[in-house]
Every structure is written in C-alpha cells, then in structure tokens.
Design a protein around this ligand. Structure first.
Ligand SMILES: [Zn+2]
Length: 183
C-alpha cells in the first residue's frame, strides 16, 4: 500500500484502508474489497489500493462533485470500479450502477473480506450533494453486499460510517443499513 498522504475533506484516518491492511497483516487474509456508497468519491482509498491487485475498490458517487476524482476510466490494475452518477440521479440510476458495475466487479474479484464505506450523504435530504436516494436504497444496497459477503467471504462484512449531513436522514439511513446487516 502506498504511504498515506495528508488528509483531504473531513477525513484524518482512512478507516477502511487501515482495516484492510490490518486484516492482511494480523489475520492472514489476502484479498480485501471495499465498496463505497458515500456520495463523494473515495480518492484516498482508491489511491492506496490502485496498484495492488489483491485489493479492490468500487464506488458509487456524484460527479461532478468534490474531490473531482472517480472517473469510470480510472481502473487501477483492473481492481478499481467507479460508477459516477450525475447530479439529480436517484434510486433507479444508483441501483443500476450497483447491479451493472459494482456487484459484478465484486463477484469477479471474490474477496475474503468485504468492507463498506457507508456514507449516507447520497440521500435526497443531504445538503452537501445532489443525489436523490431514498432510505430504502441503502437497505437494498446493504442486502446486495451481504449477498457478496455470503458468496465469497463466509459472511465477513464490516461497515464503517462515513458521510451524512442531514441528521434525520442520516439516522434513518444508518438504522435501515444496520437492520439490513442484521436481517
Ligand atoms: Zn461524503
């Protein structure tokens, strides 16, 4: 993994990248994937993963939006899948991006551990971005990712809270996410 660079945005430590490296060094896992549905592209995670074929990063995010990365053409060593969504995109576009780009990429990679960068700022009520997701979309995505973890990781799935700036939408979405994790 490349050396970490200075922080961007609201982030000091990249929790999922630290977790991936910990899983590999301390628990003997080799292949670790991150799925990031935060509305902002995870430029730091992509940067730390993009030259290591045993790591995989997939992201749905609004584009254009800060930090300006995450073009579909950014593919790393074949281990990066970006699904940029235009401002105004909602449930149908998000679910299509998951079904057409993210989930096939995860299935092909076949991780031993799946980490979720669970940001809820793609919710329609969020003030920092312009996607139109519903609370139920986060529950659906969570169920899809549980399927990946069941197929490839013996259920090993860890979710980390990231963005979300409308507190009511954040609370409802995080609750729906955790309910889907527990279902
Ligand atoms: Zn965000």
């Amino acid at each position: 993994m490349p050396r970490p660079a200075p922080p961007w945005g609201f982030c000091l430590f990249n929790n999922v990248a630290v977790a991936a490296e910990h899983a590999r060094r301390q628990h003997g896992l080799r292949r670790v994937a991150v799925m990031d549905f935060d509305v902002h592209h995870g430029n730091g995670t992509q940067h730390m993963f993009e030259s290591d074929g045993d790591l995989f990063y997939a992201s749905t995010h609004q584009s254009p939006l800060y930090p300006g990365t995450g073009d579909r053409a950014e593919r790393g060593v074949g281990n990066i899948r970006n699904a940029p969504l235009p401002p105004g995109a909602g449930s149908a576009e998000f679910r299509a991006a998951m079904s057409d780009i993210v989930l096939p990429g995860l299935d092909r990679f076949a991780p031993e551990l799946l980490l979720i960068s669970a940001g809820f700022d793609a919710h329609h009520a969020d003030p920092l971005a312009n996607l139109e997701l519903e609370t139920a979309d986060f529950a659906w995505a969570t169920a899809m990712l549980r399927g990946v973890a069941d197929r490839h990781c013996r259920g090993r799935l860890v979710s980390t809270l990231e963005g979300g700036y409308d507190l009511d939408a954040l609370a409802a979405s995080a609750a729906a996410h955790v309910r889907a994790l527990l279902a």
